[in-house]
Design a protein. Structure first.
Length: 156
């Protein structure tokens, strides 16, 4: 019986099935390659997540915790004195984090004030004090600044 379709021929051909070395017969002999692919995908996802987190940290707009609120004032300004009295009477410095920068005795503070005011859209010729900068915005005038501090300090 040497016909092509004989049972002996089929048995002979079954003996030619390749098997992975060092292991018994395993139907899923490609499994290690699938595991390598899964590991590669997992590592790729981890790298992508790290890159995304880094990009977010670098380019995401900073929160108010990273920004500085600055009150620009002059000792000779009566409107500034009104704001200062409010700050002292209401203990604002313990409730709201901000810097105070006097401009009449410090030309660096004056230049900084002008630059920030212009950035807020205030004409350089109209820049004055008191002026408060916070979150990229400018608040001008004693009552608006006092209202800002009231809101931040939780005063009604």
């Amino acid at each position: 019986m040497s016909s092509v379709g004989s049972a002996d021929n089929v048995k002979f051909n079954l003996g030619l099935i390749s098997r992975p070395k060092g292991r018994g017969f395993d139907r899923n002999h490609n499994k290690p390659n699938k595991m390598k692919n899964k590991k590669g995908i997992i590592i790729g996802i981890i790298v992508a997540v790290i890159v995304i987190i880094t990009l977010i940290a670098v380019f995401w707009p900073k929160t108010t915790a990273g920004q500085t609120t600055v009150l620009y004032f002059s000792n000779a300004c009566t409107h500034c004195q009104t704001v200062e009295k409010f700050i002292q009477d209401n203990n604002i410095t313990s409730k709201v984090t901000f810097e105070q920068k006097e401009i009449s005795q410090n030309s660096g503070n004056t230049q900084e004030l002008i630059a920030k005011a212009v950035k807020c859209g205030i004409n350089q010729a109209n820049v004055g004090v008191p002026l408060l900068t916070t979150n990229g915005q400018c608040i001008v005038g004693e009552q608006d600044i006092i209202n800002y501090f009231k809101t931040q300090a939780g005063i009604k």
